[in-house]
Design a protein around this ligand. Structure first.
Ligand SMILES: [Zn+2]
Length: 227
């Protein structure tokens, strides 16, 4: 989420995510017709997971990060997938909620919101997971970035740096370090980005007061500690 630039008002989820069903069918046909081995392998990889019975087993309420508490987002705010097998995960996108933790949880549970992130980190360092990392969350406002990333929201406001607590930075850094370790994502600013850095976005979060130097240092420390 986060503050939007004034000029545009497009929906955060309005990035074509919902067209996947039709696209998958078209891609399947195209791959068969083209017959190029590399293309076919790549495209068929994306079709194959749609065949019933090949998805990874799921348990109700299961979390991907130890210590996170599960609260399910409305299913309209994400798309079922089987990452990283169908889409590789190579990014973490950092957001600021522009509101309280409770209000972020509430809007992610609202099917009319059209957007949600995988995780929300509260001021006190509590982590709630609302969408499985297997699935594509509508958080970046850019379809391919949604498919390749894990989205982390942080309670607070872009213009109130005093709300970015030590506990929040540290808890978020531990979470990001674990995500990077799991998918072999390099711990750098090419792969850990702000929502504002997503191409085509009209959002400004996490904003100029987010302390990237401090955050990246904490992520590197957590990566070393857990390695
Ligand atoms: Zn955002």
């Amino acid at each position: 989420m986060g503050a939007r630039r004034a000029s545009k008002s497009k929906s955060e989820g309005g990035d074509g995510d919902r067209r996947i069903g039709r696209r998958a069918l078209l891609v399947g046909g195209a791959a068969a017709a083209v017959g190029t081995a590399v293309l076919a392998r790549d495209e068929l990889g994306r079709v194959w997971w749609r065949v019933p019975g090949v998805e990874k087993p799921r348990k109700e309420g299961e979390v991907d990060y130890t210590g996170a508490k599960w609260v399910a987002a409305a299913s309209a705010n994400w798309r079922r997938a089987d990452r990283p097998d169908d889409y590789g995960v190579d990014m973490v996108v950092i957001h600021v909620t522009q509101g309280s933790f409770a209000s972020a949880v509430k809007v992610f549970q609202d099917p009319g919101h059209g957007a949600a992130a995988h995780y929300i980190v509260r001021k006190d360092g509590h982590v709630t997971q609302m969408i499985r990392e297997l699935d594509v969350a509508y958080h970046a406002g850019n379809r391919s970035y949604n498919e390749r990333s894990v989205g982390i929201e942080h309670e607070g406001f872009v213009d109130r740096p005093e709300g970015f607590t030590d506990e929040m930075y540290e808890a978020s850094a531990r979470l990001t370090a674990r995500i990077c370790a799991r998918y072999d994502i390099p711990v750098d600013r090419e792969h850990i980005i702000g929502h504002v850095e997503v191409p085509g976005t009209d959002h400004t979060d996490p904003g100029e007061h987010w302390d990237w130097d401090r955050y990246m240092k904490l992520v590197r420390q957590a990566s070393t500690a857990s390695a």
